[in-house]
Design a protein around this ligand. Structure first.
Ligand code: SF4
Ligand code: SF4
Length: 111
């Protein structure tokens, strides 16, 4: 698997909102819903997620959003830090998010 350094990740994040080839990035109004044909489903462990947003720019379907999550066990995180949440209407189950997550907070579950 390709490993990205910090500047490459920042570069990808800066491109959110632009189109790259056939991939629709963070433009859900132009994206096709995947329905329920997904073979694998990413499951986010909100207790493990640090809210780092690393996974967001890598999702080819712009299916990752950050949402507020209240947790007792991650009280050390900055107040109001959002956690990863997945829009299953558009997720195609590719597993990229699970592969890039530094906290191993996403696992792929076979449907
Ligand atoms: S499995 Fe693929 S499409 Fe679904 S949220 Fe993760 S990166 Fe995006
Ligand atoms: S799921 Fe992983 S990569 Fe995504 S925000 Fe949480 S810790 Fe970061």
């Amino acid at each position: 698997m390709t490993q990205y350094n910090k500047s490459e990740i920042e570069n990808k994040k800066s491109k959110i909102g632009s189109e790259e080839g056939a991939v629709i990035k963070h433009d859900l109004k132009n994206a096709a819903a995947t329905g329920d044909w997904r073979y694998m489903t990413p499951i986010v462990d909100k207790e493990k997620c640090t809210g780092c947003t690393t996974c967001m720019p890598f999702c080819p379907e712009a299916s990752i959003i950050m949402k507020a999550y209240k947790s007792e066990s991650t009280a050390c995180l900055p107040a109001g830090r959002d956690k990863c949440d997945i829009d299953y209407d558009f997720c195609k189950g590719c597993g990229v998010c699970a592969a890039v997550c530094p906290a191993k907070a996403i696992t792929m579950k076979k449907n």
